[in-house]
Design a protein around this ligand. Structure first.
Ligand code: MN
Length: 201
């Protein structure tokens, strides 16, 4: 067994004009495939630890030292991207009443949540991700991580994530990360976020 690249749940051009087709091809077919190839190469050195990346990344200290950083980088890269594709859709969706109420309770309003998430995505220096997570206390929280680090390694369950590596937006948005962040809000798959929220509570 090996980890395989999941197919996109929509066509490569489905998220146009917000996320362009060329970016989706490069991002999915090249970048994500590379994380898959590299994590498989690392895991092959230690077949005894299995391939359950969520479990492995929940306790990184238990990963053999010689492959630990490779699994953090590439296993995280695979998990983050596999989730990211599912968190977007060309369909119009909206948060469920339960999630909307939880967002209001945690942040004050949806607009306040959006501002907090946008700030996290904008201010993450260099490469990384912005997240909406359910933390250990069961509360919603906006956070960000560097590189391909996953909130799972901090005991948090990601329910929404935005890739802010330059490879995610540079073809269309060049250096203007804020425009890409704004566009992302037009393609969020709230049905998926709802399902992850319900499962995490
Ligand atoms: Mn990426």
């Amino acid at each position: 067994m090996a980890i395989i690249l999941p197919e996109l749940p929509y066509a490569y051009d489905a998220l146009e004009p917000y996320i362009d087709e060329e970016t989706m091809h490069l991002h999915h077919d090249k970048h994500h495939q590379t994380y898959v190839n590299n994590v498989n190469a690392a895991l092959e050195k230690h077949p005894e630890i299995g391939e359950d990346l969520e479990s492995l990344l929940a306790n990184v200290e238990a990963i053999p030292a010689d492959i630990r950083q490779a699994v953090i980088n590439n296993g995280g890269g695979h998990l983050n991207h596999a989730l990211f594709w599912e968190l977007m859709t060309p369909e119009e969706t909206a948060p469920s009443a339960e999630l909307a109420a939880a967002i209001d309770a945690a942040f004050g309003s949806f607009e306040d949540f959006k501002a907090a998430f946008t700030a996290a995505a904008t201010t993450r220096f260099g490469s990384g991700w912005a997240w909406l997570v359910v933390n250990k206390e069961g509360q919603l929280e906006v956070t960000s991580t560097a590189n391909q680090d996953t909130p799972i390694s901090e005991g948090k369950t990601p329910i929404l994530g935005l890739d802010v590596w330059e490879h995610a937006y540079y073809v269309k948005y060049r250096n203007v990360r804020p425009d890409y962040i704004k566009a992302f809000f037009s393609v969020i798959n709230w049905n998926k976020v709802d399902a992850l929220f319900a499962a995490a509570k």
